[in-house]
Design a protein around this ligand. Sequence first.
Ligand code: GLN
Length: 457
Amino acid sequence: MQTITDYLGKSARDNVIAAIVKAKENEAYHALLSLTEERALERADAVDRGEITGRLAGVPFVVKDNFLAYGAPTTAASIMLEHFNAPLQATAVEKLEREGAICIGKANLDAFAHGGSTENSAFGPTLNSHDKTRVAGGSSGGSAVVTALDIVPFALGSDTGGSIREPASFNGVVGVKPTYGTVSRYGVVAMASSTDTIGTFASSVADAELVMDIIAGKDVKDMTTLPDFFSPIGTIEPGRKVGLIKEFMTEDVDSEVRLAVTNYIARLRDAGHTVEEVSLPIVHHTLAMYYIIVPAEISSNLARYDGIRYGKRAEGALTLAELYGKSRDEGFVTENKRRIMIGSYVLSSGFFDAYYQQAQKARTLLIAELNKLFETYDMLIGPVAPTPAFLLGENASDPIKMYLADIMTVPASLAGIPAVSVPAGLTESGLPIGVQIMGKRRSDAQILALARSMETK
Ligand code: GLN
């Protein structure tokens, strides 16, 4: 795969045209919902004329289609926003553009980022980069696949419960979910505000670090952003203490996934780090917490799509209630509706204490358990998902089965800690497997430096 350096110093127009040609050749994967060709070429010419300079001058990239960006509609892969042309750009996109990067297209996702396979896109699924009969993972499936197919050297995604890490693992690329608040969420369609994070896919850790360095930082438009703390570090000292989460290495987990993690650990030990088994018993409850808290926030965030103030307005409604109902029925996919219903239920009076508040209390316990481990360990390690990419349709009709694929990624989301998914080999049949490294809050640079030091390419 090409890295960012391969694009620098070349004709920006050539870079953009090459990326667009490659995107068109790979249309069968359905990784992109739109191309921003015209705007990309204009920007490329401005770079070539020397009017735009920066650390990413002339480097093409892709954004998940829940990021507001110019040059094509921002659909969030939904009928609700099918024709929505953004009046502004997400801060992350603006920051990349200021460094001369050029957005060439918008990537497919599960509608409103609800899902783990990209099968919930209102416009059809994205196919896995290594096996077209399998899912790309999700919800940022399109961004992972364009990176894996080498169409662009990096692509932005959002990760609320695993949506960068899981597709990164399924497609053999690096995926970074930073500490909550590292990157501004301004201009990204909200899913669950307390766990939504913005991060990147890249073909190398160094590239991911560069992109994170550019997009991270305080933004007055997002009150939850942290003052800029992220700065890539040179080399990681040997002697890091790493904890292997034993609940993620049981018999239920695919044996090839476990083997990949075991091999990675052997290499960590060879590099002079200590790896010990640790226990995080509360992980058995994290899916329950996640699938209460996240739908609650979804039901609140999606309330704005009423067909009047926001979103597609349905035809033929006779009353106001009918207009709301029809617009929301036509604009949302089944999974969106399921989450709105669960969310409204757990927030309703009578159930709020029993579900939502209990889940928040349990979340506090999870954070406490993790903090306890981080008193002894610098980082935690484990698989990204219990299996490699599953078959298209395999989990699609069974939401619980689909949710189970998130078991290893939701803890970092609920705790707001950074986590990275790095390629750790292939199964015998050629499917990528990722390893997940997690760290304490704001240790993003450390986990990335460790991952970089372990890269084999
Ligand atoms: N698969 C998870 C879910 O369905 C994660 C989604 C996300 O991170 N956007 O909620």
